[in-house]
Design a protein around this ligand. Structure first.
Ligand code: SF4
Length: 659
């Protein structure tokens, strides 16, 4: 626990007091696992740009890609084997002098199987897999699929050393056996050396880097729930090893937990010193100024911090002026280490969603204000600058939903100025996007893949969602985009409260009937995310939200329907399961990250890519639950449902969770 001392009227921790010297501070920013390791994430470069502009020294580390690089290396795998051998010998000894529990016997068998494996052959294949995903062989679907499978095999090998944890490669659904929505389990996990692989990742990657760089402040960006355990593990271990360093956390998940964090003083006492909510660029800058004695902590917007009087939540919220922000600064990130044969950069032209009305959507929660955007001229100027500075031709436009007017203008400018990039983004079906010439222009400007939140094909349900799109518009947009050579990825879900079985069937039928213009699809079931209009006013939507006492860090809630009309939560899960078992086969792919398809289209110049679809071999059973689809974003296990007895557990994709 940090000791508190007084400096003037301001109370600072020892860590903070050690800093206040008037000099510019050195900050280390960390991006924790788990995230798809194909491109850098935008949070760190955005923060870095603002701090460096003000003269601060920033070291940014993408520990996510560093971790995968480490995992697929001979040194780590040999170390893992030694760890397994030690555990195996301890179990053998215990068996010799007494007896093993069922779980210990299972662990011993699991270790024995892995210790028998030809590790050097696995290491060779892992090294070769890394070469494949980073080189021209990436574009051979057979080889790419083989490389991805090797990564999965290595992760199984590593998992045995952290028994009973399951540590997996993309799609992200690692399970350390602790629920990130339950604070007592989170705290237990942070100190658990048996299952928490991130403790070793921290020892091998993070702590040596902090020791070498000697920063004054360490900032950890936790954008998704899948990063929570890794991110908090890093925070706690850095704080323990370097008590003088101020550790701060930020990111979308931290913002979503803003009501809970102040109730858990233990986080501020033993895991981190402060938390930044909403957009963090200037809040972090001003936190550095406060730590340097140039302002008080109470005067830092978006900040939660602790002093001897307790935890304080600063009332002032600062919203970034997007037009005044500097170009994201990727300097220092290992741009050639990502698992991609070309450099892919994320870029954000807007903050928030221009539509912002969908009643099931919580994307606005990361921003205090809703939509803000830049002019098309500025967007293209920045993209050109990034292209030139980083020699990058591939861009992930990470906007929540690209606004139609901006889209038209950006496409036009990209073509007029012959910018020569390839890009992909998320988009809404729109009446104003029905001109075939526009889609041709988009394709000509470099658009390769588009991700649409269709949600439902039934207009009544779309109205209930406040999505308000006509079915004819959906059909038209898909058809025109496909004809222009763009790959359409459609996301939909069953079980919006009030949706009938027939209406859900209409969505299924629509997807099946439009297979020629839907190149990949993800179907989910409705989840009551806590920061949505529906959860704020459940009575308006005919649902009751059930808060469970245990789940004191919840991001979604279990719900029931007030009237027995329409699909229940379980019905929707069941229908979803049936879709993947019975209907999904035409969309099963061998390469399953959105960036993979994006790169294939940019390479082959067509959305007709039969080589990336999985083919059923003669005599093989129909697609089962094991079938792989194109996943837009990392997958997390549905936490709300995972702990409930008697209910099926399924994986759920956290769709459009952007930086
Ligand atoms: S679902 Fe998509 S379009 Fe609707 S508010 Fe959310 S981000 Fe915007």
């Amino acid at each position: 626990m940090s000791t508190l001392i007084h400096i003037g009227k301001k109370e600072l921790t020892v860590a903070e007091a050690a800093i206040g010297s008037g000099r510019k501070l050195k900050t280390m920013l960390l991006f924790p696992p788990e995230w798809v390791p194909t491109a850098p994430y935008l949070a760190l470069p955005s923060l870095t740009a603002v701090l460096r502009e003000q003269g601060h020294v920033v070291v940014q580390r993408d520990v996510n890609i560093e971790m995968y690089d480490l995992f697929f290396s001979d040194s780590f795998l040999i170390w893992v084997k030694a760890r397994m051998a030690m555990q195996f010998r301890a179990l053998q000894e215990k068996e010799r002098t007494g007896w093993l529990t069922e779980q210990e016997a299972d662990q011993k068998a699991c270790l024995a199987a892995k210790l028998d494996l030809d590790l050097f052959s696995l290491i060779e294949r892992a090294e070769s897999a890394k070469r494949i995903v980073r080189g021209e062989e990436f574009y051979d679907a057979e080889k790419l699929e083989g490389a991805l499978n090797t990564f999965r095999e290595v992760m199984q090998y590593i998992s045995a050393a952290y028994y009973p944890a399951s540590i997996v490669f993309y799609p992200m659904e690692s399970n350390l056996g602790y629920r990130p929505g339950v604070s007592r389990e989170v705290f237990a996990c942070l100190d658990d050396d048996q299952v928490n692989v991130y403790r070793d990742v921290c020892r091998q990657l993070v702590l040596p880097a902090v020791s070498k760089e000697a920063p004054d402040v360490v900032g950890v960006s936790i954008g998704t729930q899948m990063q929570l355990l890794a991110g908090l593990t890093f925070c706690k271990m850095v704080k323990e090893a370097f008590p003088h360093i101020h550790v701060t956390v930020g990111g979308n998940v931290i913002t979503r937990l803003q009501e809970e964090l102040p109730n858990h003083e233990r986080f501020f006492a033993s895991v981190f010193d402060s938390a930044i909510l909403y957009e963090g660029e200037h809040a972090l800058l001003w936190l550095l100024e406060a730590l340097n004695g140039e302002r008080s902590l109470a005067a830092v917007p978006n900040l939660i911090y602790r002093d001897e009087a307790g935890v304080h939540v600063n009332k002032e919220i600062y919203t970034e002026k997007t037009t005044a922000l500097p170009l994201p600064d990727f300097d220092g990130l290992p741009l050639d280490s990502y698992f991609s044969p070309v450099r892919i950069l994320p870029y954000l032209a807007t903050r928030g969603c221009y539509w912002g009305r969908c009643t099931f959507c919580d994307h606005g929660q990361g921003y205090f204000d809703q939509y803000r955007g830049m002019s098309a001229h500025e967007v293209v100027r920045q993209v050109k600058a990034l292209k030139e500075k980083y020699q990058a031709t591939h861009f992930l436009f990470a906007d929540e939903s690209y606004p139609p007017a901006l889209l038209k203008k950006v496409c036009q400018l990209l073509v007029e100025q012959n910018v020569g990039i390839k890009w992909t983004t998320l988009i809404r079906f729109e009446e104003s996007l029905q001109d075939p010439e526009l889609w041709k222009l988009a394709a000509k400007s470099g658009c390769c893949t588009l991700y649409y939140g269709m949600e439902s094909a039934n207009e009544r349900v779309l109205g209930l969602m406040d999505k308000h799109v006509k079915k004819s518009v959906i059909e038209n947009n898909l058809k025109q985009a496909a004809a222009a050579g763009i790959w359409n990825h459609v996301m939909a879900f069953y079980g919006f409260p009030g949706e009938t079985r027939e209406e859900a069937e209409e969505t299924r039928r629509f997807i099946l009937d439009h297979q020629p213009s839907i190149h990949s699809v993800e179907l989910f079931y409705f989840v009551a995310y806590r920061h949505t209009p529906m959860v704020r006013t459940p009575e308006k939507f005919g649902i009751t939200i059930h808060k469970q006492e245990d789940y004191d860090l919840p991001l979604d809630y279990y719900y029931t329907l007030n009237e027995p009309v329409g699909l229940t939560c379980l019905d929707a899960m069941q229908l979803c399961e049936e879709f993947y078992q019975n209907d999904f086969e035409p969309w099963a792919v061998r390469v399953n990250a959105r960036e993979h398809v994006f790169l294939y289209i940019s390479k082959y110049g067509t959305n007709r890519l039969p080589q990336i679809y999985a083919k059923r071999k003669a005599g093989e059973a129909a697609a089962s639950t094991g079938v792989a689809g194109l996943v837009t974003w990392p997958v997390a296990r549905g936490e709300a449902e995972a702990g409930k007895e008697g209910e099926p557990t399924m994986t759920r994709v956290v769709s459009h969770a952007v930086s």
